[in-house]
Design a protein around this ligand. Structure first.
Ligand code: IMP
Ligand code: MG
Length: 189
């Protein structure tokens, strides 16, 4: 198990992160998801809607591996004010700029935790009357779901630990790590 020590980051300094998904493992799973999506959408041109900022690496790696044509756009919402505590309410910070009416949409997210953000996004997208909407999330924390939400494409189901890297952040930090790392269990972040 690879570990790394958090440096120069206030109260988090000295915490030990554990790598839970290496670059290779992520790439292999993204390949599988891309293959599945390419089969499911054969003959169609879906629009991938990436949820900023966390989904950027996942969306770009996934899109490059699709064997079908696709388009993409972005939406930005905020559900976490800071740290790791969810505010419980979701705000739209940046809307999509493409027309999705009568199009096949795949919402691309980094992680589903309580499911509140996912539900908000799906409703928001459905308001524009697309012909279909599915949800692709690299990660899902099943224990944390506060509502029933079924994502069609999930990379990995993970335990309730705070994760960073490959787009995931803690107060905007660690997004650029190429693999996924976990903070210690039961840590009061
Ligand atoms: P939800 O609305 O509770 O499902 O939260 C979803 C959002 O919270 C994700 O899009 C992430 O931005 C953020 N989030 C949830 N869990 C984590 C985590 O373990 N690390 C980093 N961000 C997380
Ligand atoms: Mg996010």
């Amino acid at each position: 198990m690879r570990t790394r020590v958090v440096e120069n980051f206030g109260k988090y300094t000295g915490q030990i992160l554990e790598e839970i998904y290496s670059e290779e493992v992520i790439a292999a799973r993204v390949d599988e998801l891309a293959k599945q999506i390419s089969e499911d959408y054969a003959g169609r041109v879906p629009i991938l809607i990436g949820v900023l900022n966390g989904s950027v690496f996942f969306l770009s790696d996934l899109a490059k591996k699709l064997s079908i044509d696709c388009e993409f756009d972005f939406i930005k919402v905020s559900s976490y004010h800071s740290g790791t505590q969810s505010s419980g309410t979701v705000r739209l910070l940046k809307d999509i700029s493409c027309i999705i009416t009568d199009r096949d949409v795949i919402i691309v997210e980094d992680i589903i935790d309580s499911g509140l953000t996912a539900r908000f996004l799906k409703h928001r997208i459905l308001e524009n009357q697309p012909s279909s909407v599915t949800f692709a999330s690299l990660l899902l924390k099943p224990e944390c779901l506060k509502l029933k939400f079924d994502a069609e494409y999930v990379g990995f189901e993970v335990a309730d630990r705070f994760l960073v890297g490959y787009g995931l952040d803690l107060d905007q930090k660690f997004r650029n790590l190429p693999s996924i790392w976990a903070f210690p269990e039961n840590m009061n972040l």
